[in-house]
Design a binder for this molecule. Structure first.
Ligand code: ADP
Ligand code: MG
Length: 471
């Protein structure tokens, strides 16, 4: 039969199917079908989607019925998977995606042609920002509400209140995201201001290279190079420094940071810092820097509760056009409960895997993809000894030996305490693992248990180790 006629029959059939088949099935699986041939009483259509043949089996009768109605005789509907069509669809998908991206960048560029920057790329490389992080896609929950509100206030009115703003919290909780969101906001709304985002490691490198370059030259040029370095930072209106904790213990960097801070702050320039800890938790950072960090406003970000984690996933799914059922969202939010970076990583893996393999997103498939075991990893005494040893940079043998150096003895006591707390094994069993009598184990356990109430450093160490062991 002629192609035109076949197409015509199919178009009329679609009109009927539109009202008789579930809307989502119709849109996802039926609309993309391509009518192919009509021989004898068999109407054949092609699909480029692996799963369509299987999924449309239950609609086979409905489709045949609609075809029969249009043709006025009994017609049998047959669906065939076609590899070529599959490839074509994939290509189109890629092309659409690229075009969407292009369109997005174009729109952005339009918005910023009025600024002093020469196009988006230039602007971002001048400010060192990543477009992925902005206020629009930051989900606000009880855990970050305060930090979000003050970050927004600073972005709207930099240098006026809350200077410096110091944001702190655990890894993967959104500090970098908020910091860069401030940068983007200012870049778009106050393009005349000079913004710079910098990781503290890069600042350290900058200090080190400037010193080295100064030493290379004749002595009298040393000052010139350091002055250039200082000028680079002091000409900024807003300085965003990420992960400030890394400067601790680097005396020259601490000094340069202090001077830079004073100079920017005194001239009303905005400084925003992030860190994995509050200023008072630094062990050796000079007091004058600590007090500077504390003189504006401190805002912490906590671990998000399950509702916020679900909201983040829902937003990710929506922004990426991924159909993710509610039970999958709840499941993922419940297991990735400490770190949004990991939650996002799992989401990306799942959406990539299911889209490449054309699989639906459901709990069974998701569990397989993320390799989820119902019984999560069991914690063993030996495993704990290994983690503690590597944490303190000593060997497993040291821990089990009679070595009494303070470092080894402390590590050993922490390991014993954690072994008892986390495995629930008996004292004699744990004694065996450490080559010690069970009374020694009991003594060590009790000692650490009471010491952590007063020794903050120890408490912090134990918390860190517990997290590592649970990882
Ligand atoms: P940190 O700097 O605290 O280690 P990041 O800012 O790098 O964490 O966040 C890790 C990932 O989680 C990023 O991809 C970030 O976009 C995302 N993320 C964190 N918090 C949120 C939030 N509230 N809403 C949306 N995405 C978030
Ligand atoms: Mg970060």
């Amino acid at each position: 039969m002629e192609d035109e006629l076949i197409k015509n029959i199919w178009a009329k059939t679609l009109d009927i199917l539109k009202d008789t088949i579930l809307q989502t099935t119709y849109q996802t699986w039926i609309v993309p079908l391509v009518p192919h041939s009509f021989e004898e009483n068999c109407f054949c259509a092609l699909t480029g989607q692996n799963l369509a043949v299987q999924i449309l089996q239950k609609n086979q009768k409905d489709i045949s019925k609609a075809l029969s109605q249009i043709c006025g005789k009994d017609v049998y509907f047959k669906l065939v998977y076609d590899e070529e069509l599959h490839k074509k669809l994939e290509k189109e998908k890629q092309k659409n995606k690229k075009e969407e991206e292009k369109e997005f960048i174009k729109n952005l560029e339009k918005r910023i042609t009025t600024t002093k920057y020469d196009g988006l790329k230039q602007m971002q490389s001048d400010c060192n920002l990543n477009l992925k992080y902005n206020f629009d896609n930051f989900v606000v929950g009880a855990n970050n509400k305060f930090a979000h509100a003050v970050a927004m206030a600073v972005a709207k009115d930099p240098g006026k209140q809350y200077n410096p703003l110091y944001i702190y919290g655990g890894s993967g909780l959104g500090k970098t995201h908020l910091l860069q969101a401030i940068g983007h906001y200012v870049m778009f709304h106050k393009p005349q201001l000079k913004v710079k985002y910098i990781k503290s490691e890069d600042f350290i490198n900058d200090v080190v290279t400037s010193i080295a370059r100064g030493m290379d030259k004749a002595n009298n040029k040393n000052n010139k190079i350091m002055n250039e370095f200082r000028q680079r930072y002091r000409s900024l209106d807003i300085l965003l420094i990420d992960d400030i904790q890394f400067i601790e213990g680097k005396a020259r960097t601490e000094e340069e940071m202090f001077n830079m801070f004073e100079s920017l702050h005194n001239s009303g320039k905005q400084i925003v810092l992030t860190s994995d800890r509050s200023p008072d938790k630094f062990a050796t950072l000079p007091d004058r820097l600590k007090t500077r960090f504390q003189m504006g406003l401190l805002a912490d970000i906590q671990v998000p509760d399950i509702e916020t984690r679900m909201a983040i996933l829902t937003k990710l799914a929506k922004d990426n056009n991924v159909q993710m059922p509610a039970d999958v969202i709840e499941f993922l939010a419940s297991i990735y409960n400490k770190n949004i970076r990991e939650l996002e990583g799992a989401f990306n893996t799942i959406s990539a895997y299911t889209s490449i393999n054309e699989l639906p997103v459901n709990i069974e498939i998701v569990k397989k993809i993320i390799n989820y075991k119902e019984n999560r990893k069991t914690v063993t005494v030996e495993g704990i000894i290994e983690i503690v040893a590597s944490h303190y940079n000593i060997s497993v043998e040291d821990i089990k030996s009679t070595n009494r150096s303070a470092k080894t003895a402390n590590a050993r006591q922490s390991a014993i305490y954690l072994a008892k707390e986390m495995t629930g094994e008996s004292y004699p069993y744990i004694g065996n693992c450490f080559n010690r009598k069970h009374t020694t184990i009991m003594y060590s356990y009790d000692k650490v248990k009471s010491d952590i109430k007063t020794d903050r450093q120890l408490a912090q160490d134990i918390k860190e180790l517990t997290d590592k062991i649970n990882e």
